[in-house]
Design a protein around this ligand. Structure first.
Ligand code: GLU
Length: 547
């Protein structure tokens, strides 16, 4: 067979050569050991936690080593593409702080190794496709859908492996005249790889995460170019990661199945094989068993979920780090205020079996992360969230920023900061009472008569002085407790609750409820200081009127 003639027949318009492309995209000038890697998502409109995990791993590997992280949009599957999905993708990754050094962006692509959207790279793939044909390593296949279905049915009936191989590879060695005739007839064709592999053979392979593997060779003549000339994932992966000079491919381990083919393809093309970092799936407990997080069943798989719930980016980041590297939590304990990026991340420490996603743990991590923030940061993040998801609350928060910040400063900064908020959706319940519009009418414990409550409130108002320090303030609360025959001796009360009509805790609760509408609030003395004398008094008086 005259492969040169076949290549010219299939790709008459291709004049560039692989050598020209090698020159156009030279090896990168990076320090020894620098990781060049990428995120290569498909723009389906759905950005999930798995994308973020992969993104964070790639980002850490690249930037920790002085390398490069780029964003490549894998848009070869036009059927799955949703309009605006690329923008959603870019925005979401940006929201999570993944900074790309090159790649697709809103205002076009930036970087010297583009284009970074696969549909714009068709010409590049064809250069290498032509080379493979010239070398007898690829050939056109004119099989129709019906023929391929029949082939599959026969394989099923014979209990044989599925795929286009061996005697099923009917176009593999066809005469050029047959091919010419089909082309002259305008028949569509796909370009297939001519596999020289055999499933009888195995070889050793080292994956950064999975470790040493024994791999069986690929014997299937997979499709390289679809009938519209657009490459399959496999071919695009080889050409793009070679020309973009990727050193490490970080991707989901669902690609392990076709890894033998990828290795074979890189070899056939004369490309240096990158290192592979195959990451396991994210799983969750479902009853007593583990299963993969599913797009259909688990809303928490979508990244939009975390944004709407109001998890700060830093919390999601922190949680993912605890998932990825088991020594992260110890490091964090030793470095409570260091930026997460100071942690020496190691891809080798990734769990080959994947990770169990634990929502309760994420919430807990988020509580700690928010507790460590200063009031200014909490103000910024909370108002940003509220503007998007609770405009009414945002309006209250922003009405008097200094006031809101003084609320958010409660219990912050000390050795043991308060952990009141895990997600921004909880903030309103926690602090809403500071805004008169959200103040709820208190419901007092029925154990106590309205008169008792009213007496306590009246006495409190008599003695109340906003200038008191917290111990003078509390002494007054204790004095009222004794005046009405309740006890301040909590020990004695615990030993025999029937001996007392109530305690100082009950008295405090009456006052707390009158001022905040709730039985639980941050430190009541501080609450009153923030509300100020007039509002505190007005709130108590208003409640007294209802009693
Ligand atoms: N577009 C592929 C995916 O979304 C990329 C896999 C890769 O990173 O190579 O799974």
């Amino acid at each position: 067979m005259d492969y040169k003639a076949l290549a010219d027949l299939l790709f008459p318009g291709v004049t560039d050569t692989p050598e020209m492309l090698e020159e156009r995209f030279p090896l990168r000038n990076c320090p020894e050991g620098a990781v060049i890697t990428r995120m290569a998502p498909s723009p389906t409109g759905f950005v999930h936690l798995g994308n973020l995990v992969q993104g964070l791993i790639s980002e850490r590997m690249a930037h920790q080593s002085g390398g490069v992280l780029f964003l490549r949009v894998e848009d070869t599957d036009a059927k799955r593409e949703v309009p605006g999905a690329v923008e959603v993708l870019i925005d979401t990754l940006k929201h999570y702080g993944i900074a790309f050094d090159e790649g697709a962006s809103h205002s076009g692509d930036f970087g010297d190794y583009g284009p970074y959207r696969q549909r714009q790279r068709a010409g590049l793939y064809h250069v290498f496709a032509k080379k493979l044909v010239e070398e007898g390593k690829a050939y056109p296949c004119f099989c129709t859908e019906e023929e391929l279905t029949a082939m599959r049915e026969q394989q099923e009936a014979n209990k044989e492996n599925f795929g286009y191989y061996g005697k099923y590879a009917i176009w593999r060695d066809r005469a050029i005249e047959d091919i010419k005739a089909q082309i002259a007839d305008g028949k569509p064709w796909v370009l297939r790889f001519r596999s020289e592999g055999s499933i009888e053979n195995q070889f050793k392979f080292d994956d950064v995460v999975k470790g040493k593997l024994t791999i069986t060779e690929n014997d299937i003549d997979h499709v390289l170019l679809k009938s519209d000339g657009i490459p399959t994932y496999h071919f695009a992966h080889a050409v793009d990661d070679h020309l973009m000079r990727t050193t490490h491919v970080v991707r989901g381990d669902e690609w392990m199945a076709t890894l033998p083919f990828h290795i074979q393809l890189f070899k056939a093309l004369g490309f240096k094989l990158p290192k592979y970092v195959h990451i396991g799936p994210l799983m969750k407990m479902d009853g007593n068993s583990k299963r993969k997080l599913s797009k259909r069943k688990d809303p928490e798989l979508a990244l939009t979920f975390y944004k709407a719930e109001g998890f700060p980016v830093a919390a999601v980041y922190e949680y993912i780090m605890t998932l990825l590297n088991s020594n992260y939590e110890d490091w964090r304990r030793a470095n409570p205020t260091a930026p997460a990026t100071d942690f020496p991340f190691s891809a080798k420490k990734l769990n080959p079996a994947g990770n169990l996603f634990d929502y309760a743990k994420l919430t807990d991590v988020s509580k700690n992360v928010i507790a460590m923030m200063d009031a200014e940061t909490v103000y910024d993040l909370l108002t940003e969230w509220a503007k998007e998801f609770d405009a009414d609350f945002a309006e209250k928060l922003e009405r008097d920023p200094a006031y809101t910040k003084s609320i958010l400063a409660i219990g912050r900064g000390g050795k043991k900061p308060r952990k009141d908020i895990a997600v921004w959706t909880e903030a309103k319940a926690y602090m809403g009472f500071f805004y008169d519009e959200y103040l709820e009418k208190p419901v007092f414990d029925e154990k106590f008569s309205a008169d008792t409550v009213k007496t306590v409130l009246a006495k409190f108002l008599e003695k109340f002085d906003i200038a008191d320090d917290s111990s003078a303030w509390f002494d007054k609360v204790k004095a009222i407790t004794e005046e009405i025959g309740f006890t301040t001796d909590m020990k004695a009360y615990k030993a025999d609750p029937t001996a007392f009509p109530g305690t100082v805790a009950d008295v405090s609760t009456f006052i707390r409820q009158a001022v905040t509408g709730k039985t639980n609030s941050p430190d009541l003395y501080t609450v009153m200081q923030i509300l100020g004398c007039d509002r505190t008094v007005a709130r108590i008086k208003a409640v007294m009127e209802t009693l």
